[in-house]
Design a protein around this ligand. Structure first.
Ligand SMILES: Cc1cc2nc3c(=O)[nH]c(=O)nc-3n(C[C@H](O)[C@H](O)[C@H](O)COP(=O)(O)OP(=O)(O)OC[C@H]3O[C@@H](n4cnc5c(N)ncnc54)[C@H](O)[C@@H]3O)c2cc1C
Length: 393
């Protein structure tokens, strides 16, 4: 019997299994097996992440960062944030005496590197899907699978994403608020180089971000993340790819104030519903990590980074627990919950607060948010604070 079963093989679940195995805690990963989409040549994986320096450090400690191909990593050396009434804020790694503020990496590359590391560390992967969980205060939890198997362990860790079945079956409280918008992602070739800068525009039509990618033979590349209202998303999603090319290029060119010149759509567009979610995170014998535990608005690009923060804290709490307590002991798990509560709440307040401030159509609020940006732009100590927050260090 393993001591821990991690359910879900997204980046968070794989990192969790690897971290615990490296600490000598016998861990099995339970999730449908898949081959990560890496090495896509001149194409890019549709999910692109801004990885904070804190997450980079964790992936380095796990031996995963060095498995990522350098040619597919882009350092973010600057962030340029624009309000909707000429307010502007520039953050530079140099101001914080850093080499970069974050890294832009394709999801498929991180997944492939994690899969390699799991093989190197011989972490057992059970290729199956969780359909139920039995919990009882006096015995270990039992996970039931689609293929009719039952597995037990001292602790079940749910890394099975936003619709976590483990969370539901364990009866852990959960709240969800819809932003009534979708995160639209697509890749563009740009006329002008991005200069390793991540751009963000807070506009009347939602928050738009450009994440820098390595150039291809077509030219300079960026990944767009646009949180657009459900109505706008629906309208765009109903277009043919041909129609989308002209509509999206024009609309995004306008919202980005033509900052990078002519934009050429280079990929299909994908949409992800946006929600704010929180949960109780633990029950006897069960802990939640990643999107199973919480979700935030992607405007700060921090959802995965929060999940990797869960991995680091839970691994530390479990490996340093008193020897007389079991891994699934609720008192041990509550230490994890307490330690994560502040960083998760901070990120929720920042992302939800910014979303609220910039989605307001009231003129006084519009003015205040832009004046606020200009004031911050002139105060070096606040800029240094923001740089620290962006890097996660
Ligand atoms: C538009 C957008 C942009 C974003 N950009 C960023 C960014 O730049 N930086 C950042 O840090 N975050 C970003 N995020 C957030 C990030 O995508 C998520 O926080 C992250 O993917 C969560 O990872 P996870 O492993 O917890 O969950 P998931 O990636 O959802 O993985 C869950 C896994 O569990 C498996 N699973 C599901 N059900 C079962 C079951 N019953 N049994 C077994 N396995 C199961 C699934 O197959 C899947 O592999 C963004 C989000 C959006 C919507």
């Amino acid at each position: 019997m393993s001591q821990v079963i991690v359910c879900g093989a997204g980046i968070v679940g794989m990192a969790m299994s690897l971290a615990l195995s490296q600490k000598g805690i016998k861990t099995r990963l339970l999730a449908p097996r898949y081959v990560a989409q890496a090495n896509l040549g001149e194409a890019y994986h549709p999910r692109i992440y801004a990885i904070s320096l804190a997450s980079q450090q964790l992936l380095s400690e796990l031996g995963v960062w060095s498995l990522l191909p350098e040619a597919r990593l882009t350092p973010v050396e600057q962030m340029q944030i624009q309000g909707d009434q000429a307010g502007q804020l520039n953050l530079s790694a140099k101001t914080g005496e850093l080499q970069e503020l974050a890294w832009i990496v394709e999801s498929g590359e991180i997944e492939a590197a994690l899969q390699k590391a799991l093989m190197i560390y011989r972490v057992e992967w059970l290729d199956d899907k969780v359909i139920d969980l039995s919990i009882n205060p006096t015995t270990n939890p039992i996970v039931h699978t689609e293929q009719g198997q039952s597995y037990t362990a001292d602790l079940v860790i749910a890394a099975d994403g936003a619709n976590s079945i483990i969370r539901q079956k364990a009866g852990i409280w959960h709240q969800s608020k819809s932003y009534e918008s979708k995160g639209l992602v697509a890749q563009f070739t740009t006329e002008r180089p991005h200069g390793n800068t991540a751009y963000q525009w807070f506009t009347d039509e939602g928050v738009l971000a450009f994440l820098p990618l390595p150039d291809t033979s077509d030219g300079h590349q960026i990944s767009m993340v646009w949180s657009a209202s459900n109505a706008v998303a629906k309208e765009l999603e109903s277009l043919s790819q041909e129609e989308l090319v002209s509509v999206l290029q024009k609309r995004i060119g306008h919202l980005s104030q033509d900052m990078l010149g002519q934009l050429t759509l280079r990929s299909p567009m994908y949409g992800f519903p946006l929600t704010l979610e929180k949960s109780g995170m633990v029950a006897q014998g069960v802990a939640l990590v990643g999107d199973a535990a919480h979700r935030v608005h992607p405007l700060a690009g921090q959802g995965l980074n929060l999940g990797l923060g869960d991995v680091q804290t839970l691994c530390q709490v479990l490996s340093e627990k008193p020897h007389y307590r079991e891994l699934g002991d609720i008192r041990v798990l509550q230490t994890y919950q307490r330690e994560r509560s502040v960083p998760i709440a901070h990120m929720r307040w920042v992302t939800d607060g910014l979303h609220g401030l910039f989605s307001s159509q009231l003129e006084p609020i519009k003015a205040v948010r832009n004046i606020g940006m200009d004031i911050v732009a002139k105060l070096p100590f606040i800029k240094e604070f923001l740089i620290k927050k962006a890097s996660g260090l």
